[in-house]
Design a protein around this ligand. Structure first.
Ligand code: ADE
Length: 232
């Protein structure tokens, strides 16, 4: 992989990576700042997309069109959808889908975008394996899971909503950008992986847990990405 695109939704998720970079230029486009340079000796573009699926998709398309990236890594935090996945743990995407897509009225399965002929977008197996190995080395005391990430324009902080996501999609964690990045990467035939550290349990305590654990979760995901980049 020649040039990596690395997206975090929030400044907190990318600021450390930007600090570690040898920055060659900063390009502004669509209200986003794209930091192009090298990270751990690899060509990379690091960017804060902003929160939500539209920002994430626009950001991914710019990385492909303007910066010619040949892989996209999404780093950040997420709410756990499974009891065994705890705050601080890491989820690496096997695949991603948008839980707020609903064309069931036309007979499509919940989450499937009409006429795209796929429910989920599959992460690149090479990136997934590398991310797993990176996590085991960078965060040896933390449990890593590979599974489905479900995204929507919704902060999930209600037990009933969480239970529906589990029942409908068997997701491992939920967040607000990953599947949009996955879809944009799929449309451009660019490999992707989503790496998320758990900040909360996407239930009634999520709005309390999130601010308390956000920082620590970000440290885990950034450590992983640093290690991953030097493997690719
Ligand atoms: N990001 C972190 N926690 C989340 C949650 N519970 N719902 C959506 N996005 C999140």
């Amino acid at each position: 992989m020649n040039r990596l695109g690395i997206i975090g939704a929030m400044e907190e998720e990318v600021e450390k990576l930007k600090e570690l970079m040898d920055v060659k230029e900063v390009v502004k486009k669509a209200s986003m700042e794209f930091y192009r340079g090298t990270l751990k000796g690899r060509e990379a573009v690091v960017v804060r997309s902003g929160i939500g699926k539209v920002n994430a998709a626009v950001c991914t398309q710019i990385l492909v069109d303007l910066f010619d990236v040949d892989a996209v890594i999404n780093t950040g935090i997420a709410g756990s959808l499974q009891n065994r996945i705890n705050i601080g743990d890491i989820v690496i995407s096997s695949d991603a889908l948008q839980h707020d897509v609903d064309a069931t009225g036309f007979g499509y399965p919940l989450g499937e975008i009409p006429r795209m002929e796929t429910l989920d977008f599959k992460a690149d197996p090479v990136l997934v394996e590398a991310a797993k190995a990176a996590c085991e080395e960078a965060n040896p005391d933390i449990s890593t899971f590979v599974g489905r990430i479900v995204s929507g324009d919704q902060f999930v902080s209600d037990k009933a909503v969480k239970e529906k996501l589990v029942e409908n999609f068997q997701g491992y964690c939920t967040e607000m950008e990953g599947a949009a990045i996955a879809q944009a990467a799929y449309l451009n035939n660019v490999p992707f992986v989503i790496i998320r550290a758990i900040s909360d349990k996407a239930d009634d305590s999520a709005t309390m847990d999130y601010p308390a654990f956000e920082k620590q979760a970000i440290i885990h995901s950034v450590r992983l990405v640093e290690n991953l980049v030097s493997r690719l």
